[in-house]
Design a protein around this ligand. Structure first.
Ligand code: G4P
Length: 533
């Protein structure tokens, strides 16, 4: 039981997601954070990285044994008296709609960019979802120990590709084999690079004030020093002013450079991030009321439901983000949509590589509870006497589509039941041809792995075998204008009309530019990339 007050507990929490393109270094950075937090211990270990990776991926392994690798859960650890919740956003093959939904539960995001590549496709997609919510975004430009793009070019790339202003808080001195360290703009010191710290916390970096020209030149070399001072001059003339409020509104991203692998610049970044980052502040309810995190009683919303693919345990876990107050495992809470009052069953939290049953949790925390089949994504929970409903989580645009056929058409009933159930959990989205009945079902997913998950689950849980015929569409848009005549819509030749299970019209396109062309051809047509629920 915590000896701190609820308010103190909430104020020391930082809940965030790390967004990046695969291979930019998200896992490596997370491992280093865990190392500083003492959640994994590998100081001094030569095979540091391997050990760390093992610790982190252990809980992924647990999920795999449960039959599913599609996971986005949370790692909680302590650092500098802060309680940190990192929401895992699956990136590689297991990229899915859950990755987007997880961002709905984060108060801020760290964006990891590979210094040699700049902004990449997946970062862009995830960033878009973050801007929808105007959450603060902190940028870590990684792999500076490898040859990187020109620093100004990197910043331009972020500004042009993502539309957010940048404000570097430190500045790299060279990169790759010429990487000498960083200049910390806040302290006015050069921090020299040393790559001898693999797997350890102890750094051998030295700090040299920029004005101490002789010492600085000795550490970086004359040419690098000259380049640095030249770049800093340019930067002072051109860069955006640092404005914490603009950071908090999501309009300006503070940028830090470093190397996650070599553990350089990571702790500085973490410290600054914790200082500048936001504690849980509250959330707006569907009726517009502001629910304050510290003063309001317990409220939470479900952002992810994970089904167990193991036939023997058909349980589901609902992950919820606590938005306000304190959660007490002994107390009863209300599931607002059904009106049911209950005790949450087996509340648990993931701590690095183990699950622990918890007795209390606070705003900012994520808990996973056993779901008796009651919870749906977006549901609100609150105290029994209270009545809060948070806005639902939007439905995000799938990017891969396939037509589904049953092998044995006699099993129609099981097939429909199964596919509807899986869609309700939020793993897939199902659609129909615009003008026909239930015969043809089109499945849409954000990440292709979900097709395999669907096949596997229909077979193992519902005993239904299916064939998926891939469709060439990649872009889906919800038709948001109420009085558009779908039959008379003048679209592009690659357009297909479909509807969702509630009869709402949608359009599928093969080409990226087709949605815009269709808007131009139809006066008053509004197309949106996600659907508010
Ligand atoms: P991800 O989670 O974003 O997909 O990336 P991850 O951390 O797994 O890193 C991807 C690869 O990039 C890994 O190499 C990792 O060691 C490397 N890496 C991460 N940070 C840095 C860095 O700061 N500098 C350099 N030079 N490399 C970095 P790998 O060869 O794919 O994996 P492994 O064999 O090292 O495990």
């Amino acid at each position: 039981m915590s000896t701190r007050t609820t308010q103190e507990e909430i104020r020391r929490r930082r809940t965030f997601a790390i967004i990046s393109h695969p291979d930019a270094g998200k896992t490596t950075l997370t491992e280093k954070f865990l190392l500083y937090g003492g959640a994994i211990n590998l100081a001094g270990s030569v095979k540091g990285k391997a050990t760390a990776r093992h610790a982190v991926s252990d809980w992924m392994e647990i999920e795999k044994q449960r039959g599913i690798s599609v996971t986005s859960s949370v790692l909680q650890f302590e650092y500098d008296d802060c309680c940190i919740n990192i929401l895992d956003t699956p990136g590689h093959q297991d990229f899915s709609e859950d990755t987007y939904r997880t961002l709905m539960a984060a108060d801020q995001a760290i964006m990891v960019i590979d210094g040699s590549k700049g902004v990449e496709a997946q970062t862009k997609k995830l960033f878009k979802v973050c801007t929808m919510r105007h959450i603060p975004i902190f940028t870590f430009i990684n792999k500076m120990d490898r040859d990187a793009m020109d620093t100004f070019e990197l910043l331009d790339d972020i500004e042009n590709n993502l539309g957010i202003a940048t404000c570097p808080r430190n500045w790299p001195i060279g990169s790759g084999k010429d990487f000498k360290g960083i200049y910390d703009r806040e302290s006015g010191q050069i921090v020299t690079y040393a790559d001898t710290m693999k797997g350890t916390k102890e750094g051998t970096e030295t700090l040299i004030p920029l004005e101490d020209q002789a010492a600085a030149q000795a550490a970086t070399g004359e040419a690098a020093y000259e380049q640095l001072t030249g770049e800093l001059e340019l930067l002072d003339g051109a860069g955006a002013e640092f404005d914490v409020e603009a950071v908090r509104r999501g309009e300006l991203t503070p940028v830090f450079f470093g190397s996650a692998l070599q553990n350089f610049g990571v702790e500085r970044f973490l410290k600054r991030f914790l200082e500048l980052g936001m504690a849980p502040g509250g959330r707006t309810a569907a009726d517009g009321a502001e629910i304050d995190a510290e003063t309001h009683d317990f409220t939470a919303f479900v952002f992810k439901i994970q089904a167990n693919m193991n036939k023997a345990h058909r349980d589901r876990i609902a992950f919820m983000r606590i938005c306000s107050g304190r959660y007490d495992a002994d107390a009863e809470v209300k599931h607002v949509r059904s009106g049911r009052v209950m005790r949450l069953s087996q509340p648990q939290q993931l701590m690095a590589d183990e699950r622990k049953i918890l007795s209390e949790a606070f705003a900012g925390d994520i808990i996973g509870v056993f779901d008796p089949g009651l919870f749906a994504i977006g549901d609100t929970l609150c105290m029994p006497r209270d009545n809060v409903t948070y806005e639902g989580i939007p439905t995000f645009a799938p990017e891969h589509f396939a037509r589904v056929r049953q092998v044995d058409t006699m099993k129609r009933k099981q097939f429909v039941k199964g596919i509807e159930q899986i869609a309700q959990e939020g793993a897939i989205q199902i659609f129909q041809e615009y003008n026909t009945g239930m015969e043809e079902i089109i499945v849409g997913v954000v990440g292709v792995l979900q097709f395999d998950v669907l096949k596997f689950r229909l077979q193992s849980e519902y005993n239904v075998e299916i064939i998926l015929d891939n469709l060439p569409y990649e872009y889906i848009r919800w038709v948001d204008s109420p009085d558009v005549d779908m039959d008379r819509l003048s679209g592009t030749s690659d357009m297909k009309k479909i509807r969702d299970m509630n009869g709402r019209p949608l359009l599928l396109f093969i080409n990226e530019w087709s949605p815009q062309m269709t808007i131009e051809r139809n006066k008053g047509l509004i197309l949106s990339e996600f659907r508010k629920n």
